[in-house]
Design a protein around this ligand. Structure first.
Ligand code: ADP
Ligand code: MG
Ligand code: MG
Length: 889
């Protein structure tokens, strides 16, 4: 095994072995660009060192021979007293990682060689500046000395000389500073600063290896799901000097603007400086364009190189360079980070330049970036009075009057007010209030709290867990730690992208991308926003290649129409329980309380026309496209009053000897239906089997609505979906009843209906017996929310508050399995059930409904699992379309 590669031996595809920095230094070297010679110690060497605690002896020898070769090439030896070769030791893992050791520059300088360097350069100041930098960086990063000690000493030196920047210190000042720094090293470590050049280099290399297992690096890897066994490479690079006077300097550059994607000259340059000075902000940098005046030759060469790199990498690159006495050196490049807007623009620009094709363009953007572009933002220039902050749970910017309960939220919004719903935390009862509000602010709960999850699903701005804000719902008041008070009706602004909370109104600009999807802005118009044009093109690429269809979760005509504008190809989940809320709650109460057949039929009879009208509207909005209607799913008690409240009411009435017969009956029913664990209780198909006539009423409503649409020359494509099935027997019973009802409606209306009847797969047993279930189902829709809940044994409503934070921190999972599908567990069931289902019924249609349908990673998984469609909330549809395209590209 070879542990060390000369820069000329590697290339950009060897990132696993040489790390990102090393692979790209090699690539530039082989492109003939001016890279200071050097070599890279592989990640394999790091792994061997970490496994045994000792550098393998072969490594020492190989480093020795590569160093000798480098010395030969440079014509001087590392730390040679009269003319020292100096090197930098730089870490470089496959993924750039905070927590890894910082670069140490000027290795090879010592009390002896600093004089030689001064003589060679004809510049004493430069030599002593380089030496003090070495001790400072080495002391801090290799010896672990508190960097403040050096920084303070430097500050004191500047003050006592009455100067403000380091360039104003003379050679003598710096010589004195070196003595002081060496004193700090002895005091802090009990040893002299190492004078032996090879020892300096070996200690630095070892420190890079060790930093792989530093606490911060480990934590970062767990969070980012970077494997712990990759190891880091180490780059040893001969030094070039940007601190050799005004004709030297160091800078950073981008081949195009990482904020907008515009081509041009972007970067910063700092004269007479070394290393991180340019980003550390110790002196004022100048815009890169000014380098043209300072050093035209180097500037022109840099522009030429930037073009070479862009063409070669076929992407935006960022660059670190140094100029030593008018000679340009390239010290790093990589494909650069960019904003979401720039990602879309750059991808289409590169297609136009012929550098990449359409499938490649799709890979250059992500659904996450598109989602970011879809939220309104606070006007960049605007300022507000920030009174606190919480977790940025669902991005966007929202402004409105503070309200502290859902009832007020609904009432005020009906009268045209914009409101922000402020709660300690939200629960399902707040749903209507959340819909009515512009944004939601809570003082409790994290990224997967009810408020956060529901808000994200609705594309609504949400800041949650703003713990320092005291929410007093009784007094309808929010109090900030600084003493600011928001009362009901006061205006507040919340930023769901940063978590900031402001008193008063901060101006908001709508997202041009949403204006485009809504059809209010046209990509074809001459003055169309460049970003909108780019999004339009990328979406077209995605739609052209994707195999997964995308449907919406929608329960009303308004959502359905929006979903259609956003590109939905049907409805994958219409939750009928949402149609039972509000004024209809009373009808449901009557149904539950019915003692006699007659009472029950009456209640069902009252619900039927209302349900039918809902469906007529929905089928009309989705005319010609499939609409999957799920029969009633949630536990019945959700439609009944709170048990404690009701008990109190009954007890009070009793003590006052007031009539309370109805309350008492209600209370008995609530008791009868009370469950310790409602999510595992009487819900879904179980309800349908226990309450006679409930499901048949719903099926009848669907069938009659379809018949009515056909009568109106429409093209309804309803699909009836049975929730929470665990065994095929349940489905058989429901199916038989449903078929009778459908046949009856056909007779009554003289029409022929084609209503598919399928099931959700959301219980492990259903997935495990999918082969049997498929014999009785026209389609499967994987309910991955419940499936995740039941496969893991996690209560979705509780885990967030109790232990998810700890699990995420400990890295047990990098992301909640409710957010991104757990491929190994839940995903395996999905794949197996899909295969078993199709084996017993070829052509079985397979879909997914639930949060995962709009999650980028999960969409890729569903594509690979061979499903036919995903269904997600209307706002997530463009993201799902894009990711489905990316998965297929
Ligand atoms: P990072 O990973 O933080 O970017 P680098 O290894 O790129 O760290 O080093 C930081 C900076 O140090 C570089 O941008 C460059 O300015 C300087 N540097 C590193 N190696 C050399 C070298 N051989 N000669 C001159 N400057 C160097
Ligand atoms: Mg760098
Ligand atoms: Mg479910």
């Amino acid at each position: 095994r070879k542990f060390v590669y000369d820069f000329s031996e590697g290339n950009k595809d060897l990132k696993d072995l040489l790390g990102g920095k090393g692979a790209n230094l090699a690539e530039m070297t082989n492109l003939g660009l001016p890279v200071p010679p050097g070599f890279t110690i592989t990640t394999e060497a790091c792994k061997a060192y970490l496994a045994s605690g000792e550098a393998p002896s072969a490594l020492r020898d190989e480093v020795g021979s590569h160093l000798a070769a480098l010395e030969g090439k440079m014509g001087k030896k590392l730390g040679q007293a009269d003319d020292p070769l100096l090197v930098s030791v730089r870490s470089g893992a496959k993924f750039s990682m905070p927590g890894m050791m910082d670069t140490v520059l000027n290795i090879g300088l010592s009390d002896a060689s600093v004089e030689g360097l001064a003589a060679q350069a004809g510049d004493e100041r430069f030599a002593w500046d380089s030496y003090r930098r070495l001790i400072q960086m080495f002391g801090d990063t290799v010896l672990g000395i508190d960097g403040e000690l050096f920084a303070d000493a430097l500050e004191t030196a500047k003050n006592s000389r009455g100067v403000t920047t380091d360039v104003d210190l003379t050679a003598d000042d710096l010589r004195g500073l070196v003595e002081e720094f060496k004193g700090i090293v002895v005091r802090e470590t009990g040893r002299e600063f190492p004078q032996e050049p090879r020892e300096q280099m070996d200690l630095a290399i070892r420190a890079v290896f060790d930093s792989w297992n530093g606490d911060r690096a480990k934590l970062y890897r767990r969070q980012e799901r970077i494997p712990h066994d990759l190891g880091t490479a180490v780059n040893v690079c001969s030094m070039v000097f940007g601190n050799l006077g005004p004709d030297s300097g160091t800078g950073v550059a981008f081949t195009r603007d990482p904020a907008s994607g515009q081509q041009g000259v972007y970067g910063d340059y700092l004269q007479n400086a070394q290393g991180e000075d340019v980003v550390a902000g110790i002196r004022n940098t100048v815009p890169l364009a000014e380098l043209e005046q300072l050093d035209k030759k180097s500037y022109d060469e840099l522009m030429q190189i930037m073009e070479t790199l862009e063409t070669h990498y076929r992407d935006l690159c960022d660059i670190e360079f140094t100029i030593e006495r008018g000679k340009l050196w390239m010290l790093q490049t990589r494909v650069g980070k960019r904003t979401a807007a720039a990602a879309f623009r750059i991808a289409t620009q590169l297609v136009d330049q012929g550098l990449i094709d359409e499938p490649e363009a799709l890979k250059r953007v992500t659904g996450g970036q598109l989602a970011q572009l879809m939220f309104p933002r606070f006007d960049n220039g605007a300022k507000g009075e920030q009174i606190g902050w919480g977790i940025a749970a669902s991005p966007g910017a929202a402004v409105g009057k503070a309200v502290f309960d859902s009832y007020t939220a609904i009432k005020w919004s009906r009268s045209g007010e914009k409101v922000i719903l402020i709660r300690r935390e939200t629960n399902p009862d707040d749903l209507d209030g959340m819909i009515a509000a512009e944004g939601i602010l809570t003082s409790r709960g994290g990224k997967t709290s009810h408020a956060a999850v529901v808000a994200r699903g609705m594309g609504k701005t949400c800041v949650c867990g703003a713990e320092e804000l005291e929410v007093d719902t009784k007094r309808r008041r929010l109090t900030a730690p600084g003493g600011a008070v928001i009362d009901e009706g006061d205006t507040v602004s919340i930023d769901g992208s940063t978590g900031k909370v402001y008193a008063g109104e901060v101006p908001v600009v709508p997202s041009p991308v949403v204006e485009y999807f809504e059809g209010r802005m046209h990509a074809g118009a001459d003055d169309a926003d460049e970003l909108v044009k780019a999004v339009h093109r990328i979406m077209a690429y995605a739609d052209r290649v994707r195999r997964l269809r995308v449907r919406a979760n929608a329960d009303n005509a308004e959502d359905a129409s929006r979903a259609r504008r956003f590109g939905a190809q049907g409805i994958g989940l219409c939750r009928t329980e949402h149609m039972f809320l509000g004024e209809r709650r009373e009808l449901v109460e009557r149904l539950i309380l019915a003692d006699t057949e007659v009472e029950r039929k009456e209640a069902l009879g009252a619900l039927l026309p209302l349900q039918k009208d809902d469906f007529v509207e929905l089928f009309e909005a989705m005319d010609g496209l499939p609409v999957t209607v799920r029969l009633l799913d949630p536990p019945l008690h959700e439609f009944l009053p709170d048990i404690t409240e009701l008990s109190v009411r009954v007890a009070l009435a009793e003590s006052r000897r007031e009539p309370h017969e109805n309350e008492l009956r209600l209370l008995q029913a609530v008791h009868r239906l009370h469950e310790q664990n409602p999510m595992l209780g009487l819900r879904g198909v179980r309800l349908g089997l226990v309450i006679p006539g409930l499901f048949t009423m719903q099926v009848r409503a669907i069938a009659e609505a379809a018949a009515e649409r056909i009568g109106a020359k429409g093209d309804p494509r309803a699909e009836i979906m049975i929730p929470l099935v665990g065994t095929v027997q349940e489905l058989e019973i429901v199916r038989e009843e449903a078929e009778q009802v459908i046949a009856a409606v056909e007779r009554e209306h003289g029409v022929e209906l084609t209503l598919a009847l399928g099931t959700m797969i959301e219980l492990p047993r259903a997935a495990l017996t999918a082969g049997q279930i498929a014999e009785c189902a026209d389609f499967f829709s994987f309910g991955t929310n419940d499936l995740t809940q039941t496969v893991w044994g996690f209560s979705r409503d509780d885990v967030e508050a109790s232990f998810f934070t700890a699990y995420l921190e400990k890295g047990i999972f990098g992301v909640s399995p409710f957010e991104t599908i757990d491929k190994d567990g839940v995903g395996k069931l999905v794949r197996d059930a899909a295969a078993a289902g199709r084996a017993s019924r070829p052509g079985l249609k397979l879909g997914v409904c639930g949060e995962h349908g709009g999650d980028p990673d999960s969409v890729h998984f569903f594509h690979e699992a061979g499903l036919d469609y995903v269904s997600c909330s209307p706002f997530r549809i463009p993201v799902a379309r894009l990711e489905a395209g990316r998965a297929a590209a």
